[in-house]
Each structure stands twice: as structure tokens, then as C-alpha cells.
Design a protein around this ligand. Structure first.
Ligand SMILES: *Cc1c(COP(=O)(O)O)cnc(C)c1O
Length: 359
């Protein structure tokens, strides 16, 4: 039986996508073998790769002048690849710190160049984002990096920072494809696939063409955006199965009506869950209202001693993976694109019943 899977990542995939993959797995496109078993340089796979890129470009309305790369190593590899490709060793780079993933990106970048943390939300225990006007950028910084959605803290920027002439870099791992974005505001976007795109092992990078080809000396070829772009992300064998599944997810998103339609559902899902939390007098979410995540909703019970019971009973009710991150405790419901409204409805009803019995 399928359950409602609230995992933060690897996360739920649309059932339709899994069914299609199962259906065509043993004999893909009449080749008598699965997509995992064909050459990445063969016609059939090249078509899959091109279609996935074209669909992603259409969904996100990616303007001309951007490369789309399908890489490996997850988002964490990009924590290093970004400074290696966009910043010289003596360069300064600006980072906004809004929580756990920002911190990891900062720590890794500091191995490659001088990092200026231009805003740090420590004072609110990372339950806020900086005010747009409060950002003081370093003149001449190679780029400004931020995390539009903090997957662990459930904090999401309600605006795109204005970085002026400084290239803007975003780790969109847990928010990409959740709604339309104006790609032209960004120099580089990266996203590990396992939240809102497909299986882990794949990482998508969308990068402005004029920024590539300047990787610092010593950058491994597989991390060099130019080398990868020149080879269509096939300098080495790409993660073919992940790329194929990502393509099926993009087609599924198009069938949902594209990102405008997906955004309306995501907004409604999040609003319903936050309303249930706020009106309960039993559950609470610590994040400032203007920057609550649509994708990751952390919440605590009035009595944390009941956490274990809550999780066990939720699991029995078919609501899986609601445990909060080990660094935060409590609960976290991740409600990415593949989580239907019915899953949120079931969670809200369960929370209500649990409160009545234990509150
Ligand atoms: C999950 C996540 C990552 C790490 O992704 P990996 O693929 O495990 O490297 C980085 N940033 C954010 C915002 C994430 O949610």
C-alpha cells in the first residue's frame, strides 16, 4: 500500500511517474532492455536527455543565454563547484546565512575563497530572513549566494534578493519547480534532484553562459561547467536513470498545467497546514509568518514527550516520515509537488484527532 510520504528527501515521487517507469522498465522503447541498460550516447537516450532539458526550459521559462547541466554529486558538490567556477582564489564572495544549508555552503566555500557573511539570522534562531533593504553587499564580490528555502528550518525567502551587478547564486534544492521564478534574476541556480525533481544522484545546474569558462586552475573536469556544457553533461557517464525519471516528472508537471497551476496547489496545501497548526493551540511553528516555507513545515507538539507516540500513530495511519531533523526535533512535514492535497488533508485530520485524544 502506498502511504503519504512526508520525507524531506529523498522524497515522494508522483505515483503516475513510478507506474510509467515500472510499466516500461523491462522493455524500454521496444529495445528489449531497460533505460538503465542502454548507452547514454545512443539515439534513444539522447532523445530522453534532450526532451528533459527542453521540458525543464519550458516549465521554468529559462531564457536563451543559460546552460542547463545535469550533473552528479548532489547539491553538496555544488557548494564547492560554485566557488571553483565563479571565483578566483583571491576573490571575495558574499553569502546570506539563513540556517543549516546556508551554513554548509558557507563552510565549503571558505575552503576556496574569502567568504563575507552579509546577513546572518542567528538572532532569531534562523526563523527569519533578512529584510531586503538590510543587505550590505561587498563591492566587487564575485557573487552573492543564498538559500531560497531552508529545508531543515522551513524558512523561505518571500523575495529574490537584489544583488545589483553582482551575480546571484541560489541553492534551490528544495524549492525548484514549486512555482514560477524569474530566471533572469539569477546567474546560477542549482538543485539536488531528490526533493522536487527525481531520484538522488542527479543535480541540475542552470547557469548564465557568460559566467562559464573561467574555472580556477586545478578544477577537476567533471566539476568544470564549461567542460560539462561542451559535452552536453556527458563528459563522463551521466546518471541516466535519474535523468530519465526527472524527464518523466517534468512531463507530469506539464500535465498538471505547468508551474502556475502547481504553485496554486502548493500554496493551498501550505496554507491549510499552517492554518491547522496556528488555530490548534496545541501545535506550533516557530517561523516568522512572512517567510514560512511552502515545502517544509516544521512543527512541535505542546508536550514533546508525546513525539514518539505521535510518530508511531501517524505511521499507523499511513503518514510516513514526519520526524523533524535531528538538529531541530519535533516534526516536519515536507509537502513537495508530489504530495497531493489529500495527503495534507489526511495529516490535518490526524493532527486534530491526536490533539483531541492527548491535548
Ligand atoms: C538536501 C539539500 C542539500 C544537499 O543535497 P545533496 O544532494 O545531499 O548534496 C543542499 N541544499 C539544500 C537546500 C537541500 O535541501
Amino acid at each position: 500500500m502506498r502511504v503519504f510520504n512526508f520525507s524531506p528527501g529523498p522524497a515522494a515521487l508522483p505515483l503516475e511517474v513510478l507506474q510509467q517507469a515500472r510499466e516500461e522498465l523491462p522493455d524500454w522503447q521496444g529495445l528489449g532492455m531497460s533505460v538503465m541498460e542502454v548507452s547514454h550516447r545512443g539515439k534513444a537516450f539522447l532523445e530522453v536527455a534532450a526532451r528533459a532539458e527542453a521540458d525543464l526550459r519550458e516549465l521554468l521559462a529559462i531564457p536563451a543565454g543559460y546552460k542547463v547541466l545535469f550533473l552528479q554529486g548532489g547539491a553538496a558538490a555544488q557548494f564547492a563547484a560554485v566557488p571553483m567556477n565563479l571565483a578566483a582564489a583571491q576573490a571575495e564572495v558574499d553569502y546570506i546565512n539563513t540556517g543549516a544549508w546556508s551554513k554548509k555552503a558557507i563552510k565549503e566555500a571558505a575552503r576556496f575563497c574569502k567568504v563575507n557573511v552579509v546577513a546572518d539570522e542567528a538572532a532569531s534562531a534562523y526563523t527569519t530572513v533578512p529584510a531586503a533593504e538590510a543587505l550590505r553587499l561587498t563591492p566587487g564580490a564575485a557573487y552573492l549566494h543564498y538559500t531560497p528555502n531552508e529545508t531543515i528550518g522551513g524558512v523561505e525567502f518571500p523575495y529574490v534578493p537584489d544583488s545589483g551587478d553582482t551575480p546571484l547564486v541560489a541553492d534551490m534544492s528544495s524549492t525548484i519547480l514549486s512555482r514560477p521564478v524569474d530566471i533572469s534574476r539569477f546567474a546560477l541556480i542549482y538543485a539536488g534532484a531528490q526533493k522536487n525533481i527525481g531520484p538522488s544522484g542527479l543535480c541540475i545546474v542552470i547557469v548564465r553562459e557568460d559566467l562559464i569558462g573561467k574555472a580556477r586552475a586545478g578544477t577537476p573536469s567533471v566539476w568544470d561547467y564549461k567542460a560539462m556544457a561542451d559535452e552536453g553533461s556527458m563528459l563522463n557517464t551521466p546518471p541516466t536513470f535519474g535523468w530519465y525519471i526527472a524527464g518523466l516528472v517534468f512531463q507530469w508537471l506539464k500535465r498538471q498545467g505547468g508551474l502556475q497551476a502547481v504553485a496554486a496547489v502548493n500554496r493551498a496545501k501550505a496554507e491549510k497546514l499552517y492554518a491547522a497548526i496556528d488555530s490548534s493551540g496545541y501545535y506550533s511553528n516557530p517561523v516568522a509568518r512572512n517567510c514560512r516555507s511552502w515545502m517544509n513545515v516544521p512543527f512541535t507538539l505542546a508536550n514533546p514527550e508525546l513525539d514518539k507516540k505521535f510518530l508511531a500513530q501517524a505511521q499507523e495511519a499511513g503518514l510516513a516520515n514526519l520526524k523533524g531533523h535531528r538538529s531541530v526535533g519535533g516534526m516536519r512535514a515536507s509537502i513537495y509537488n508530489a504530495m497531493p492535497m489529500a495527503g495534507v488533508d489526511a495529516l490535518v485530520q490526524f493532527m486534530h484527532e491526536f490533539q483531541q485524544q492527548n491535548g
